[in-house]
Ligand binder design. Structure first.
Ligand code: SRM
Ligand code: SF4
Length: 565
């Protein structure tokens, strides 16, 4: 135990006394209240759900002295984004029957349901489990969904990274029987043998100090923003394309608070190289070092990145070696290429094709002539493709034959969905977090305003002759970083209602943090602030230089002088 652990955060006591996350759920789910008490709100996260209230209605309801409009967000778990067609259809039904009729593909390759009432929580969680998925450990102080490169190329399947992601996800799944007792008892789902009364073999009674994220990519292809994770894993292959091992990076994380200078975004740094059969043990060793040494007093300092920066990489390496039981080999050099969105048609191998569909901000919905939800359901019912969610909030539909391609395209276009080649580059490379009305932490709008902003910007880029370039924009409603703004070429981070901190200079490769250009920029000023920089890029960039690389080369002062001119 370290000094910080002398006065523990109240959540530590709550976890300790929860009887391995059982809390009082059984009795609370049986009553007819619309919401949970504050203790169970925290414990519920470990089971995959957040209590929220409709922020559009909040102030009016308070004025009228009425109860807030409570509902729940629920997140599923899919290692490397793999979703079976049966799961997809079950989720589509659930969102219609007990959700707000939309689903959201998240930046960590999962689905989120919103607007679920307390009385329907059990139905939703049971049905997710009956479809052989789970919501366990998708939120809370635990290892979250393990992300991984989603593209289902046959050549990559041979390297089996999907299976490694699944094995990691399984290794770190909670083994408390609470999940089964609370949500699944009496359902069709059989109690898995690994579930126990306690103790949890890895987590113990108090789980981890904070959330913990793991991601894996193919050599060079940073398709899941691997360096933004607590553990980032880059596979390495030999000259014959056989897997030779994994380079392990540690201490990535983006959450920060602009008013707390001790918090900051950090990209993961190299720790070691391990052989394929050492992956599970080395990740377990890292998680245990964080579990035993991470800050349990101040949750704002509890992520692995702060432990590593405080104690140093040498210390961290030694502690990991102690848990791992042997010396760690130094990491090999890894360089990343631009993130491939995998949109449009790609030959998988074996005569099959996959189709990458761009889904704006991951929101699957029907709205007027835009009927994405019906279109996806139609394609999934008809062709039963396996789905792979991407970390850019898009989806890859896999397993089509050549002669099915035309019909698949027609289903989408007849439902008002643009094919990837009809969408502007800037829109394809944009991401927004949900923010209002569901997220309790949002200061400004995000998902609801980014589409209009990208429409306007796409027009300006066309006028400038930059519409064929890739330019990446990410927006969030607060500095927590859910759409990973801090390595984006351009990012707008909610600061106060209607204003944003304007970041610039990240990279399409995801390997460089950006910097603050201006603070508290009103929404209406975001594009006018960007335009002089885009013009200067057009005029002065060197051949093939990306926008982010250009901005990083120019630096803050020269970019600001362009804006202020
Ligand atoms: Fe996140 C909290 C949504 C990916 C950093 N995130 C939240 C909550 C649950 C708000 C809350 O605590 O009350 C948001 C729910 C909003 C809603 O209405 O749905 C939320 N985060 C999301 C999603 C849905 C954004 C999206 O556009 O897809 C992503 C769900 C991922 C998943 O499937 O598991 C999501 N969140 C991320 C990422 C990106 C990533 O992991 O690749 C980050 C930055 C990386 C990191 O973890 O450092 C991220 N979320 C946070 C943080 C800040 C953590 C920190 O270290 O300080 C919070 C707040 C917290 O934990 O206290 C947060
Ligand atoms: Fe909410 Fe902030 Fe995350 Fe957006 S970035 S979903 S506003 S916590």
């Amino acid at each position: 135990m370290n000094d910080e652990n002398i006065k523990l955060s109240p959540l530590e006591e709550l976890k300790d006394k929860s009887n391995y996350l059982r809390g009082r759920f059984k009795e609370l789910l049986a009553d007819d209240s619309t919401h949970m008490p504050k203790e169970e709100i925290q414990l519920l996260k470990f089971h995959g759900s957040y209590q929220q209230d409709d922020r559009d209605l909040r102030s009016q309801l308070i004025k009228e002295k009425k109860e807030k409009a409570f509902s729940f967000m629920i997140r599923t778990r899919h290692a490397a984004g793999l979703v079976t067609p049966e799961q997809y259809l079950a989720f589509d039904n659930l969102s219609n029957n007990v959700g707000n009729k939309t689903m959201r593909m998240t930046t960590r390759q999962t689905f989120q349901f919103h607007g679920v009432l307390k009385k329907d929580l059990k139905t939703l969680i049971r049905t997710v489990n009956e479809s052989l998925s789970t919501t366990s450990g998708t939120c809370g102080d635990i290892v979250r969904n393990v992300t991984g490169d989603p593209a289902p190329f046959e050549s990559r399947k041979k390297i089996k990274l999907q299976e490694y992601c699944q094995a990691l996800s399984d290794q770190f799944l909670s083994q408390s029987g609470a999940y089964y007792d609370v949500w699944l008892e009496g359902s069709k789902v059989e109690a898995p043998e690994i579930l126990k009364e306690g103790p949890e073999p890895i987590y113990g009674k108090t789980y981890l100090p904070r959330k913990f994220k793991i991601a894996m990519v193919y050599p060079d292809v940073n398709s899941v923003d691997v360096l933004t994770n607590d553990i980032g894993i880059a596979a390495e292959v030999d000259a014959d394309e056989n897997l030779s091992g994994f380079n392990i990076f540690v201490g990535g994380g983006f959450g920060m608070s602009l008013t707390n200078p001790d918090t900051y975004p950090r990209l993961a740094t190299p720790l070691c190289f391990v052989k394929p059969d050492e992956l599970l043990d080395v990740t377990k060793a890292i998680v245990l070092v964080q579990k035993e040494n991470g800050n349990r007093s101040d949750r704002k300092q509890a992520r692995l990145k702060y432990l590593i920066d405080k104690k140093g990489m040498d210390w961290f390496r030694q502690e990991t070696e102690k848990k791992f039981g042997k010396k760690l080999e130094s990491a090999h050099e890894v360089t990343f290429k631009d993130v491939d969105l995998y949109l449009g048609w790609h030959e998988e191998g074996d005569g099959k094709w996959f189709f990458g569909l761009s889904v704006e901000n991951g929101r699957v919905k029907d709205e007027g002539d835009f009927r994405l939800k019906t279109a996806l359901r139609t394609v999934v019912e008809k062709y039963k493709p396996t789905l792979f969610l991407t970390a850019q909030q898009d989806v890859l539909l896999s397993g089509f034959t050549e002669d099915q391609k035309k019909d698949v395209e027609e289903i989408f276009t007849s439902h008002g969905i643009l094919l990837p080649e009809q969408i502007s580059n800037v829109r394809k490379d944009s991401m927004a977090c949900p923010a209002f009305p569901t997220c309790g932490l949002a200061f400004s709008e995000s998902e609801r305003v980014l589409p209009d902003l990208t429409t306007e910007l796409a027009g300006k880029l066309k006028e400038l002759g930059l519409d064929q370039n890739r330019i990446m924009i990410r927006m969030t409603g607060c500095p927590n970083g859910c759409a990973r703004p801090y390595n984006s070429e351009i990012a707008f981070v909610g600061r106060t209602p209607g204003t944003y901190t304007f970041y610039i200079g990240g990279s399409l490769r995801g390997d460089r943090l950006n910097f603050v250009l201006k603070d508290k920029v009103p929404y209406a000023e975001l594009i006018p602030t960007l335009l002089p920089i885009l013009s200067s890029y057009k005029e002065n960039k060197s051949e093939d230089e990306s926008f982010g690389d250009y901005c990083a080369r120019m630096g803050k002062d020269s970019l600001l002088s362009l804006v202020e001119k």
